[in-house]
Design a binder for this molecule. Structure first.
Ligand code: GLN
Length: 278
């Protein structure tokens, strides 16, 4: 079968289950025959041999069953890097780039600040900040050893010397230290939320946070003030309907300058707050 025919067959089979059927088909085919996407357009008449056809079919079946394309290819682009991902980590989302952008807005280029990323997963947020602010030191924690192994490998590939990964729950690995900016994309989906049906391949521990999705945000609001410099910033991603609840949680813990920022789709997505100088 010619490459163009393989693609059009795959697109028609994917169109019911993917919003990006054509792109998915092309990415999976490129991964299978190990060529850049431009090759597909330059050589539509190439013929796929049976071995390659079977390998492509196996990948296509995974995508048709709903597995995210990033787990099939093992990588996801975020900010300006390709990151390794695995079923132990969430797939980094475009909306999470807002968290990086807000952190970079606060961290002066030439400053030697201490930055903390709690629940780093693949390390995408921590590594993106570290790469943009080479004089600052970035510490990233995660409770999952499997996620940390991926984050460390991503850090190694980024060849950054201002980055350290520590294992443990939330602030536990950094007790007694002080940070100028703390960022986190914690789990924030409520148990039983209908949205979980579409997220079945991603780690539940990284997604779900109690009955209302806010258990971990409550822990961060309670514990982060102790490890933040006076006037330091806490920045947390949350669900698009959680801005008021997050603001109330932060107010109750005496945070000030609480402000929610919208993501690129105009949805309330990241709330920032200043420590009250405990
Ligand atoms: N943004 C993810 C989603 O709802 C959830 C990620 C998270 O809980 N941190 O698809």
């Amino acid at each position: 079968m010619r490459l163009d025919a393989v693609i059009s067959d795959a697109v028609s089979r994917l169109s019911g289950c993917s919003d990006s059927a054509c792109l998915d088909a092309e990415i999976l085919l490129c991964q299978t025959i190990n060529v850049p996407r431009s090759y597909l357009f330059a050589h539509p008449e190439d013929v796929l041999d049976e071995l390659m056809r079977n390998q492509f079919e196996a990948r296509l079946q995974r995508r048709i069953s709903g597995e995210p394309i990033s787990y099939i290819t093992g990588t996801q682009e975020f900010w300006s890097h390709d990151f390794l991902v695995s079923p132990a980590t969430l797939v980094p989302r475009p909306e999470t780039e807002l968290l990086v952008e807000l952190a970079l807005r606060e961290i002066p280029r030439k400053s030697e600040w201490q930055i903390l990323d709690l629940g780093t997963g693949s390390g995408a947020i921590a590594i993106s900040i570290a790469a943009e602010r080479l004089r600052s030191q970035v510490t990233a924690t995660d409770i999952s050893p499997d996620a940390l192994a991926i984050a460390r490998e991503n850090g190694r590939q980024a060849e950054l010397s201002n980055l350290v990964f520590l294992a443990g729950s939330w602030t536990a690995p950094v007790t007694g230290k002080l940070f100028d900016v703390i960022v986190s994309n914690p789990p924030y989906v409520a148990e039983g939320d209908a949205a979980l049906a579409a997220l079945q391949y991603e780690p539940k521990k990284a997604l779900i946070s109690g009955m209302d999705g806010l258990d971990d945000i409550r822990i961060l609001a309670r514990d982060c003030a102790d490890i933040l410099t006076q006037d330091g910033w806490l920045m947390m991603e949350h669900g698009i309907n959680q801005a008021d609840d997050v603001a109330n949680i932060l107010k109750a813990e005496s945070w000030t300058d609480i402000m929610c920022h919208n993501d690129l789709s105009g949805r309330p997505r990241v709330t920032v707050a200043r420590g009250s100088g405990k």
